[in-house]
Design a protein around this ligand. Structure first.
Ligand code: FAD
Ligand code: SIN
Length: 546
């Protein structure tokens, strides 16, 4: 018998975006938060550097932050989105401080009570942080608030499979009515019916072989929204963080950009610096430039990795600013106070995603999206460091305001059919799933990575279509599992990344194609439209450059 839950708001995702939204909804609303892992399983709790915002008004200004964001975005940011997010930064940080997030205080009197660090592309120190484990400090604080809120029910290990929309049910009015989710522990499918449904599922960097993200970053929300009829934008812009730790035992461990912000130097194996050969800002150039420079040097030298060296700074300084990185590296036998850290670029952040407006509304009424899974126009062709958490907080607060105001106008609950698995059997060859995961992530890394060509993109397109055929066949004949659901989503977002990359006939920001090395004068967004797109209910949106 299908378990059936009714809520006012069903939030998929318990990262910075999902938790912030839940804590801003009217306490009279009944709210469910689903996470496919534990509540702290996403990228938010792994965030290191901090949150960018204009906090020290004496030294910094919103104009400077807006300008830095626009420069990093390589001409493709939506200025009104940048302004909205930057202008609401300070209020979001004040809310986090009021929740009790233990940001690092400033031991000197810099005119602001918290320490502000610096990262690539920022013209001023404006990153508020909790040492080098900012995400954990924020997640722990928000999770404990959500646990004590009486209107919020938390569903860990519940994996959203697909959205339920009235269009799928054969009705003419389009509206999102909730979702089906797999309770991973009991291996049963449940229905979560909501007056509003909010996707806050994070990014899709797991599409790449080497990534700073945890295993769950499989783009589920983007794939679900696309399948239900939402447009997606700018999926070709996947950000590669320049400095993932290179060590056979370190899975997905990042060396924060703040290490460079506090004086860390990138060096070749012989100890020579190279970043000034690529950009006048040296180690603090925007990420796309630094990651490409490292990739180029590695290929030129035939090196497996390059190095990030902060050992010229006093050991006490390193240990107090980067206690977590220092300890983790020591665990791998690297003492960062004495020796350089081996690093390689790693897929880190999905700049594109579900097309939304500043309230988080999507093309489907009743369906909202916030956080890394969205495309708001903030990041353009390349995200400025530490702007992502900022976007999560500001977007979640604007979205909550909209839901609090509009929820009573939502249509009444519908009759939704049960999940039907009567025609499927237990999988006989799970090796197919494991093999396809590996194959997909490897060809995405090799063909759709930091440097692209038309030929490689076309090869990737042929392969992803073949994999999708196999995955869909598997999906329709065998019982679902979390690995299969994630693989299906990963293949879907990979196809969206490849298609968007093929559409862009220039190089800009994170998208570098050897066959089109120049940047067009006219900056254009890539907007993909699904076959079941419903124009009548869609957002009003005119793409840049169209
Ligand atoms: P996430 O925090 O990724 O949360 C996603 C949630 O969705 C999780 O709870 C997950 O379980 C759930 N979920 C996903 N799919 C499903 C499904 N199908 N069903 C149910 N639940 C699902 N940005 C900064 O601004 N500053 C930083 O210092 C910084 N450091 C970073 C360091 C690392 C190592 C990484 C990986 C990223 C960093 N970023 C940083 C980026 C930033 O952390 C993320 O963009 C941001 O946290 C995303 O938040 P989110 O709420 O959108 O998603
Ligand atoms: C980092 O600490 O380098 C990550 C910052 C970010 O991704 O914004």
């Amino acid at each position: 018998m299908l378990q059936h839950h009714h809520y006012d708001a069903v939030i998929i995702g318990s990262g910075a975006a999902g938790l912030t939204l839940a804590l801003h909804l009217d306490p009279g609303l009944r709210v469910a938060i689903l996470s496919k892992g534990t509540l702290s399983a996403g990228s938010s709790s792994g965030a290191q550097g901090g949150v960018a915002a204009v906090l020290n008004q004496e030294r910094d200004s919103q104009e400077q932050h807006i300008n830095d964001t626009l420069i990093a975005g390589a001409g493709l940011c939506r200025k009104e989105a940048v302004e909205h997010i930057v202008e609401h930064g300070q209020a979001s940080i004040q809310w986090l401080i009021a929740q009790g997030v233990p940001f690092t205080p400033d031991e000197k009197t810099s005119g602001f009570e918290f320490h502000l660090t610096r990262e690539g592309g920022h013209s001023e120190r404006r990153i508020i942080h909790a040492a080098d484990a900012t995400g954990k400090a924020i997640s722990d604080t928000l999770i404990s608030k959500a646990r004590t809120a009486t209107n919020i029910d938390l569903y860990e290990h519940h994996l959203a499979i697909d959205l339920v929309t009235t269009q799928k049910l054969g009705l003419s009015e389009q509206h999102c009515a909730g979702l089906y989710a797999l309770d991973i522990k009991s291996d049963t499918v449940k229905l979560f019916q909501g007056k509003t449904t909010i996707i806050a599922t994070g990014g899709a960097s797991k599409a790449y072989l080497f990534t700073s993200n945890t295993d769950g970053a499989s783009g589920d929300g983007i794939a679900m929204a696309w399948r239900s009829g939402c447009r997606v934008a700018n999926m070709e812009f996947n950000q590669f963080h320049p400095t993932g730790l290179y060590h056979p035992k370190a899975k997905s461990f990042l060396i924060s950009e703040a290490v460079r912000g506090e004086g860390g130097r990138l060096v070749r194996p012989d100890g020579s610096r190279f970043m000034k050969d690529y950009d006048y800002r040296g180690e603090l150039a925007p990420r796309d430039i630094v990651a490409r420079a490292i990739d180029h040097e590695m290929k030129k030298l035939g090196a497996d990795c390059l190095f990030l060296d902060i050992s010229h700074k006093p050991a006490d300084f390193i240990k107090s600013h980067f206690p977590m990185i220092h300890e983790r590296c020591l665990g791998y036998g690297i003492d960062i106070t004495r020796e350089p850290i081996p690093v390689v670029p790693a897929a880190h952040y999905t700049c594109g995603g579900i097309l939304v407006n500043e309230k988080g509304q999507t093309d489907i009424p009743g369906l909202f999206a916030i956080g890394e899974c969205t495309y708001t126009g903030l990041h353009g062709a390349n995200r400025l460091a530490s702007n992502s958490l900022l976007e999560c907080f500001v977007a979640a607060r604007s979205c909550a305001e909209e839901i609090n105001q509009s929820i009573n106008q939502t249509p009444d609950a519908l009759e939704i059919p049960h999940w039907d698995d009567s025609q499927v059997s237990d999988a006989d060859e799970n090796v197919v799933i494991a093999h396809n995961w590996d194959e997909l992530r490897r060809f995405m890394w090799d063909y759709v990575g930091i440097v692209r060509t038309n030929k490689r993109l076309q090869r990737a397109k042929n392969r992803v279509n073949l994999l999708q055929y196999e995955i869909n066949d598997f999906y329709s004949h065998f019982k679902i599992s979390n690995d299969l659901i994630e693989l299906r989503n990963l293949a879907q977002v990979s196809e969206l990344i490849i298609d968007s990359s093929l559409e862009r006939k220039e190089s800009r920001g994170l998208h570098y194609n050897v066959d089109y090395p120049l940047t067009d004068e006219n900056a254009r967004e890539t907007v993909l439209t699904p076959r079941n797109f419903n124009k009548k209910t869609a957002l009003k949106f005119s793409p840049l450059g169209s």
